[in-house]
Design a protein around this ligand. Structure first.
Ligand code: PGA
Length: 254
């Protein structure tokens, strides 16, 4: 059992995967595998259309529900968008700035920052994703890239709001590639993120903020990544679609 300073949070980002039937099968299996109460906050982040129907079964199984994205605006003529306020009755967390949205869908730091505020003003907790590209790591810019993303995403966020937020360090080269960061690299960046939050807010705040690692987390590597002193949980993609593996990852955070 890990001696944690902060409540661990393990979230499964299903991305654009699952039919409704598959989604409910995952929840049922997780309900069998996991106790209804846990010291780990467990979050399921399905595609938008499944959120409402999965919500009750997930809650009964002790899982919170989250969303993968939201609109920058609260309402209006924004065809195809879903606002944080619409998600708030069902979602405890909303992912903001996932690298797939930054790099495949062109979301800029400015858009990410606006969305962080949209999530917070609607009373939901953001999971704010940051992380460098492979070429940025190889050219020694990983920390400066992450620092810029943090400065932008956390602009105007209050001490109370950052305490409820989660920061996910997801090196882009590790996402969906089967190549996770080494525990040393993950710890070094998580500690850097914590110190950056300390600079932007204060030490007490940085001690409280939860930092997840994400990128090819699986049942085999979760133990070494989730026992790192500055890593308070995981944002899991592919392995969260396999309930037995996801359950083992959650157990690694106990
Ligand atoms: P992965 O995805 O676990 O499939 O690498 C992680 C993520 O995108 O959050």
């Amino acid at each position: 059992m890990t001696n944690r300073r902060r409540t661990a949070i393990v979230a499964g980002n299903w991305k654009m995967n699952t039919s409704l039937q598959q989604a409910s099968t995952i929840v049922s299996r997780l309900a069998e595998l996991q106790p209804t109460e846990s010291t780990v906050k467990r979050v399921l982040i399905p595609p938008f259309p499944w959120i409402v129907s999965l919500h009750s079964a997930a809650r009964e199984a002790g899982f919170l529900v989250g969303a993968q994205n939201c609109a920058s605006q609260d309402e209006g003529a924004f065809t195809g968008e879903v606002s944080a306020g619409m998600l708030a009755p069902y979602c405890s967390y909303i992912i903001v700035g996932h690298s797939e949205r930054r790099h495949l869908l062109g979301e800029s730091d400015d858009v990410v920052a606006v969305k962080v505020h949209a999530v917070l003003r609607n009373g939901v907790n953001p999971i704010i994703c940051v992380g460098e590209l492979l070429e940025e790591r190889e050219s020694g810019q990983a920390k400066s890239v992450v620092a810029c993303q943090l400065e932008s995403a956390l602009g105007g966020v209050t001490h109370e709001q950052i305490a409820k937020s989660v920061i996910a360090y997801e090196p882009v080269w590790a996402i969906g590639t089967g190549r996770s960061a080494t525990p040393d690299d993950a710890q070094e960046m998580a500690a850097f993120i914590r110190s950056k939050v300390g600079e932007l807010f204060d030490k007490a705040t940085s001690d409280r903020v939860r930092i997840q690692y994400g990128g090819s987390v699986n049942a085999a590597n979760a133990g070494s990544l989730l026992s790192l002193p500055d890593v308070d949980g995981a944002l899991v993609g592919g392995a969260s679609l396999k309930p037995d593996d996801f359950s083992a990852i959650i157990n690694a955070a106990l």
